[in-house]
Design a binder for this molecule. Sequence first.
Ligand SMILES: Nc1ncnc2c1ncn2[C@@H]1O[C@H](COP(=O)(O)OP(=O)(O)OP(=O)(O)O)[C@@H](O)[C@H]1O
Length: 273
Amino acid sequence: MASALMNKPTGKQEVQSVRQINKELILEVNNLEIFYGEKRAVNEISMVIEKNSITALIGPSGCGKSTFLRSINRMNDLIPGARAEGEIIYEDLNILSEQINVVALRKEIGMVFQKPNPFPKSIYENITHALKFAGIKKKSMLDEIVEESLQKAALWDEVKDRLHKSALSLSGGQQQRLCIARTIAMKPTIMLLDEPSSALDPISNAKVEELIIDLKKDYSIIIVTHNMQQASRISDKTAFFFKGDLIEYDATEKIFTNPSVKKTEEYISGRFG
Ligand SMILES: Nc1ncnc2c1ncn2[C@@H]1O[C@H](COP(=O)(O)OP(=O)(O)OP(=O)(O)O)[C@@H](O)[C@H]1O
C-alpha cells in the first residue's frame, strides 16, 4: 500500500525514511508547522489520530483548523506560498515528503468541503468521473461502485430512480451526501470533513451527522466544526486549537465536561469565539 503513494524514484532521490506507527493509529503528527509566506498559521503541533474514530477540530475562526486539515492530504500545496515543516506519518511514510504522489494520496485521504460542490453532471457521473479517470471503464463495475457508494452515503434509496438526473437537482443535504459518496467511491482510508454540515438546514445536518457516525466503522474521520454541540455529539476525540496552537487534545467527553486547560474551558463555555 505505502509504495503506491511514492513517486517513482528518479535517480539520486533520497530514500524515504520509513517510521512504523502503532497499528491502532492512522496518523502521527510530529512538530507540524504550516506557513503562508512568512506568517506561521500552525505552530509545532504534535498529536496522534486513532483509526476508525471521529476526531473533531474546534477553535475560533482563524486558529488554523482548516490549514491543518488541508495539510493532511496536501491540499495546501495548491496555495502559492504555503509550506509545511515537521511530519505527518501515514502508512509508515511522511505525507509531507516530496516523494509522495499527491494524486494517489488524495484518493486515500479524501476531503469534503463546507459547501456541497457536485459537478454539474448527473448523479451517476459525479461518482464515476474520477473512477473513469483512474482507468475503471467497465459499466458493470461502475454501476456496482455507484450503488455501493450511494448506499454507504445513505443516499441510494433517495436517488436510485434518478441516477441520470442532474446532481444540481438535489437538495443541499443530498448534494453533500453525494459529495461524501464521491469520496467513498475512491475507497479512502481517511475522510477529512471541513464543516460539512454548516451550510445545511437542521434536518439535513442531522442526516449528515448520522451518516458520519455510521462511516467511522469503515473510515477514520477528521472533522472541522464550529458547532460544539456537533463535536460533542459525534466525535470520540476533540482537539482545541487557538491562534495556531493545539491547546488541548483529549477524549471528547473530557474536553466538554472537565477540560484540563483554562483556555479550553473558556472557549467551550462560550466566553470567546
Ligand atoms: N490561503 C491563505 N493565504 C494566506 N493566509 C491564509 C490562507 N488561508 C488561511 N490563512 C491564514 O491562516 C490562519 C489560519 O486560517 P484557517 O483558515 O486555517 O483557520 P480556521 O481555524 O480554519 O478558521 P475558520 O474557522 O474561520 O475556517 C489565519 O490567520 C488565516 O488568515
